[in-house]
Design a protein around this ligand. Structure first.
Ligand code: PGA
Length: 249
């Protein structure tokens, strides 16, 4: 059985004081939850103080992006070595906002995924189609291309450290989520692709749905056959709503 995995993506929100206050509140609220993997992925500025707050708790720390090089002349970038050193366990890679506003290509995503694994960070790889692609019936094709490119050259043994987040672009931040069954179909397809490429180990992979996941709809997603959790944006910004999602029934 796969364990559910609920991760928050704070995006560009919160000063360090706000971050620490919320994390402290969250830790209290989800104390004792042992059957769900929990992580918050936060702005780089908040990682160091949060590493202290989350130490020895059941909430793991993640970054929202990284460069693939360990170090070098890349002004403004942050390396996997730095993230590992600070205490990150996870890193989101290839979020649609990075693909759209910062021109991240499938090839960049692949370099980052391999580098993250190399430095023992667990990548949460985001894939998903735009509304235009969906309307042109190209969802599967787009998702296949993104998943296969992201995992090109990744060893079978490393696959269990990977999480995939299926996030249809039209559902992100819009309040309009995919239906649980629509999302489940795509996620099932992703698992089939991975089984073809990597074999049985794909059965163990946690695949999340993301896009307007809220306390009121999490249970529908979690009741499906193939959705193992959620990558949560706006509803992860408040401790109470995020904790409610973590404690879905
Ligand atoms: P949302 O964002 O929950 O605000 O739709 C999800 C995401 O972008 O990961």
């Amino acid at each position: 059985m796969r364990r559910p995995f609920i991760a928050g993506n704070w995006k560009m929100h919160k000063t360090n004081q706000e971050a620490v206050e919320m994390a402290e509140e969250l830790v209290e609220l989800v104390k004792g939850v042992s059957e769900v993997d929990i992580a918050i992925c936060t702005p780089a500025t908040a990682l160091a103080p949060l590493a202290e707050v989350l130490a020895d708790t059941n909430v793991a720390l993640g970054a929202e992006n990284m460069h693939w090089e360990a170090e070098g002349a890349y002004t403004g970038e942050i390396s996997p070595v730095m993230l590992k050193d600070i205490g990150c366990e996870y890193v989101i890679i290839g979020h649609s906002e990075r693909r759209e506003y910062f021109n991240e290509s499938n090839e960049d995503v692949n370099k980052k995924v391999k580098s993250a694994l190399n430095y023992e960070l667990k990548p949460i790889i985001c894939v998903g189609e735009s509304l235009t692609q969906r309307e042109a019936d190209r969802t599967k094709e787009v998702v296949q291309e993104q998943v296969m490119a992201a995992l090109e050259g990744v060893a079978v043994d490393d696959l269990t450290a990977v999480t995939i987040a299926y996030e249809p672009l039209w559902a992100i931040g819009t309040g309009q989520s995919a239906t649980a069954e629509e999302a489940n179909q795509v996620i099932k397809y992703i698992r089939e692709l991975l089984t073809e490429k990597f074999g049985e180990v794909a059965e163990q992979l946690q695949i999340q749905y993301g896009g307007s996941v809220k306390p009121h709809n999490i249970s529908e997603f979690m009741a499906t056959s193939d959705i193992d959790g959620a990558l949560v944006g706006s509803a992860s910004l408040e401790a109470e709503s995020f904790a409610e999602i973590v404690k879905f029934e």
